[in-house]
Design a protein around this ligand. Structure first.
Ligand code: BMA
Length: 340
C-alpha cells in the first residue's frame, strides 16, 4: 500500500519529455548503482525461454502493447520444424507471458495474400481504434505484411505494404499530416550485407508512397556499418520521435547486432535531428552471445510511462529468447544529444 502511494505521488509530480499516456504498471526495475550505462538489462533475463511452448524452438524478436489494463502481444515463435510463425500472447505484469500454442490465422479477403508462407519480427502499433501488426512476410521473398486486431483473438490481414524485398516495417503510432506513416528497410532476398532506413506514407493503408530516405550505414559507423533497421514503434517526445534501431557490424565470425537510438523530426520524420554514435546495448551477456544465431540483440517493442519517463524495451537475444531492458527518457535524450 505504501509502495502504491509512492507510485501515485511520483506520477502526479513528474514531468518528462515523453508525450503519451501513463502506464503505472509498466514492468520496471531500477538501475543498479554499479551500472554506468543509459540502458540497463533486467536482472532476471531472459523473460521468455525458447521452449515456453510445446513445439517452440525459439521465441524472440516479439512485440507487446498495453491491453485492457494488462499486456498483450504478437510473438515470433519458430517451431521445431523451424517454421517461422506469429503467435498471440498475454501477460498480467509484462514479465510473465502466456503464449497461444496455435499460430495466428489471419482472415484475409484475397487468398493470394492470405496464403501464409512465413512471418517473423512482428511489430504492434495502436493507431486510433485498433492494433496494427506489421511483420516480415514471405511473399516471393521477404516483404512487409500488415494486419490488425481489436482483441488479440481475431486478426485480419491487409495487403502487403511493399514489393519484396523489404524488412523491418515499423508504423508510427499516429497519423502525421493526415497520413499513415511507416519506416522500412528495402533489402535483398537473403542475409544481405546492406540496408538503410526509408520512410513511406499512405492515405488508406493499401497504397504506400512519397518515399523518403531517413538514414544510412557507413563504414565509419562501426557497430552499424553493415545494415540498420527500425526497431520498436517510434516514441513521441516533445523534442522529436525517439527511434530505437538495430545496427549490424560484420566481424570475422559473422554479423553482430547491437541497438542504438536517434531522434527524428516530429512533422517530417525522415529528417534526423540527432543520431547517437555509440550503441546503447550490444550482445555481451551469455544469452545474447550464445543461441541459434550468436551475438544478436534485436529490439521490437517498448512500453512507456509518460509521467515518469520510464521506457521498457523488449528485445530478442541470439535469435533464441526474449529479454527486457530499461531506460529513462530524459537521461536517454541527454545521452543521444551529447554523443552525436
Ligand atoms: C535478420 C532477421 C532477424 C534476426 C537477425 C539475426 O535478418 O532475420 O529476425 O534476428 O537477422 O539473425
Amino acid at each position: 500500500m505504501i509502495e502504491l502511494e509512492k507510485l501515485k505521488a511520483a506520477h502526479s509530480n513528474a514531468s518528462t519529455t515523453l508525450v503519451g499516456k501513463s502506464l503505472p504498471n509498466i514492468p520496471w526495475e531500477n538501475k543498479s548503482d554499479a551500472c554506468k550505462n543509459v540502458v540497463w538489462r533486467y536482472s532476471k533475463n531472459p523473460i521468455i525461454q525458447r521452449d515456453l511452448l510445446p513445439f517452440s524452438n525459439s521465441i524472440f524478436n516479439s512485440a507487446v502493447v498495453p491491453f485492457e489494463g494488462s499486456f498483450a502481444g504478437v510473438f515470433r515463435c519458430d517451431d521445431t520444424k523451424r517454421h517461422m510463425r506469429l503467435h498471440a500472447g498475454w501477460s498480467r505484469d509484462g514479465f510473465d507471458w502466456q503464449i497461444n500454442p496455435e499460430p495466428i490465422k489471419f482472415i484475409c479477403e484475397d487468398p493470394e495474400i492470405g496464403n501464409f508462407v512465413y512471418g517473423y519480427d512482428p511489430r504492434v502499433c495502436w493507431i486510433e481504434d485498433r492494433y496494427y501488426v506489421t511483420w516480415c512476410n514471405g511473399y516471393h521473398g521477404p516483404t512487409i505484411g500488415m494486419g490488425y486486431t481489436f482483441d488479440f483473438k481475431t486478426f485480419y490481414q491487409l495487403e502487403n505494404a511493399f514489393l519484396p524485398f523489404n524488412r523491418n516495417g515499423v508504423m508510427f503510432p499516429k497519423k502525421i499530416n493526415g497520413k499513415y506513416v511507416m519506416l522500412s528497410r528495402p533489402s535483398g532476398p537473403g542475409h544481405n550485407d546492406f540496408g538503410d532506413i526509408f520512410y513511406s506514407e499512405s492515405i488508406d493503408l493499401n497504397y504506400w508512397g512519397r518515399h523518403r530516405f531517413v538514414m544510412a550505414t557507413s563504414p565509419d559507423l562501426c557497430w552499424q556499418s553493415t545494415k540498420i533497421g527500425a526497431g520498436p514503434i517510434p516514441i513521441e517526445t516533445k523534442e522529436g520521435w525517439l527511434l530505437f534501431y538495430h545496427g549490424v557490424l560484420t566481424s570475422c565470425s559473422g554479423f553482430v547486432y547491437s541497438f542504438g537510438a536517434a531522434l527524428l523530426d516530429l512533422n517530417e520524420p525522415w529528417k534526423v535531428k540527432y543520431r547517437a554514435t555509440p550503441y546503447l546495448l550490444s550482445p555481451q551477456k551469455l544469452y545474447e552471445c550464445v543461441g541459434d544465431v550468436p551475438n544478436v540483440v534485436f529490439p521490437c517493442a517498448t512500453l512507456c510511462d509518460a509521467p515518469t519517463g520510464r521506457i521498457a524495451i523488449y528485445y530478442g537475444c541470439a535469435d533464441t529468447v526474449t529479454s527486457l531492458a530499461f531506460c529513462q527518457v530524459d537521461e536517454l535524450l541527454g545521452f543521444i544529444k551529447a554523443n552525436v
